[in-house]
Design a protein. Structure first.
Length: 441
């Protein structure tokens, strides 16, 4: 049995997202990698062979919706449980009831929303009941379950990763909302395709956010000639965001990220902050920007300032934790730091040069002396013979060659004199001189 709607609550008094929640797999939009014909999750639900599982994905992608669909398909008792409002006492009461039901042959599926909010002790309370089959646990989380879910509990669950909806999928959902009797199908709502696209762009993969925005826009639309007209200006007012010249999938998207990247490379923090603001205020995903900054930290700064990549990763995590608009200041810190950092593309050029050699010589064998001779046969044919263990020497160095013979003279990493990389350059020159001296003896 599922949670019941209050007697005082009519379906149309619920938020639009709740009214349109799918009841069957065919009504679910998105997640084709899990719910497409023949996919494992679809088979599990259709055959009512539900096992303990974790749904992991960003907000508004259908975690609770899938639980709702399972509730409609299963013959088991279905209990909806919230990690926000429930404690150990409530868990134990539900577990005891499930244990009793098992004795009478009735399965219990327990859906726990935001399972990452439970502490270790609360999660531990589920474990014995999952182990003996009293409950089938379905958890939903926006956080990486590897870090947020008890390891013993996680090992007994199948993890399904849900993806953010595409803009096309969200537009399809919005069209359904406009025609469905549970949505605005009984009203004459006039809204252009580009305005639906604007809502989908602002939603950034979150179906619930898109439906909430549509609902607000319709409520604030202009009533004339018996119809409700929703314009781009209405949507902008409802979202407090401006529709700038920006298409996250088009040319302007790449123009702006290019402008940001090149401004940082040119050590121009003012320009970098401006292009950052252009992107964020137009609705760009802050995590996309943060990922590009992480790339920049190694591609354009590298060992000239090794702290750059640490800062970039920390800023990505901050963006993930708090989102927009709060994380804009963290991204500003990152792009200003990258702009002012000493620059080196030595790591980028090292890999690209090595990549060309690797692609042209994929069949070049690994030298025998640096192969791992894990069996007696391998050792008999020379695996590991002549290997020199650097830690056995006082200098922690050997003159052993590690490149294939055809590449012995290659030098991929060419450090610059910029920032801290000058120290690594000195160190590398010392190492090479020491090895050359040893090899001449």
């Amino acid at each position: 049995m599922n949670e019941q709607i209050s007697m005082l609550e009519t379906p149309l008094s619920q938020p639009l997202a709740a009214r349109l929640r799918p009841q069957t797999l065919d009504e679910v939009i998105g997640q084709k990698h899990l719910l497409g014909k023949g996919r494992v999750l679809r088979r599990i639900v259709e055959e009512d062979q539900v096992c303990s599982m974790i749904f992991w994905g960003p907000p508004g992608v259908g975690k609770t919706t899938l639980a709702n669909v399972i509730a409609n398909h299963t013959k088991a008792r279905f209990i909806n449980f919230s990690a926000v409002t429930s404690g150990i006492k409530e868990i134990r009461a539900v577990m005891q009831q499930a244990d009793d039901n098992r004795r009478y042959g009735e399965k219990t599926i327990l859906f726990v929303d935001e399972i990452h909010r439970f502490n270790k002790a609360q999660q531990d309370a589920f474990l014995p009941f999952v182990e003996k089959g009293s409950i089938i646990l379905i958890g939903a989380t926006t956080e990486n379950p590897s870090f947020e879910v008890n390891g013993a509990l996680l090992s007994r669950c199948k993890v399904f990763v849900l993806k953010a909806l595409t803009e096309e999928e969200i537009v399809l959902l919005l069209r359904r909302a406009l025609t469905s009797p549970q949505g605005f199908g009984r009203q004459d709502v006039r809204i252009e395709d580009d305005v639906l696209g604007l809502i989908a762009s602002f939603a950034n993969g979150d179906a619930r956010s898109a439906l909430s925005t549509l609902e607000m826009a319709v409520l604030n639309g202009e009533n004339r000639d018996g119809a409700t007209w929703v314009t781009a200006e209405t949507v902008e007012q409802c979202t407090a965001r401006k529709s700038l010249l920006y298409d996250k999938n088009g040319e302007e998207h790449y123009n702006l990220i290019s402008a940001l990247h090149k401004s940082m490379r040119n050590s121009d923090p003012d320009a970098a902050v401006y292009w950052l603001a252009r992107m964020l205020e137009a609705g760009e995903d802050p995590l996309y920007v943060a990922r590009r900054v992480i790339r920049f930290a190694s591609e354009d700064v590298g060992l000239a300032d090794p702290r750059a990549v640490d800062l970039a990763v920390s800023v990505y995590q901050a963006c993930h934790f708090i989102g927009m608009p709060e994380c804009s200041v963290h991204l500003t810190q990152a792009v200003v730091y990258m702009s002012l950092a000493p620059k080196s593309n030595a790591l980028y050029t090292a890999y690209e040069t090595a990549r060309q050699d690797a692609l042209s010589q994929l069949n070049e064998p690994v030298p025998l002396h640096i192969r791992n001779g894990v069996t007696s046969l391998m050792r008999d044919i020379g695996y590991g013979k002549g290997y020199q263990y650097a830690h056995d020497t006082s200098e922690k160095l050997t003159d052993m060659r590690c490149l294939p013979d055809s590449l012995l003279e290659r030098a991929y990493y060419q450090p610059t004199d910029q920032g801290l990389e000058a120290r690594y350059k000195d160190r590398l020159e010392q190492i090479k001189a020491w090895k050359q001296a040893r090899q001449k003896k």
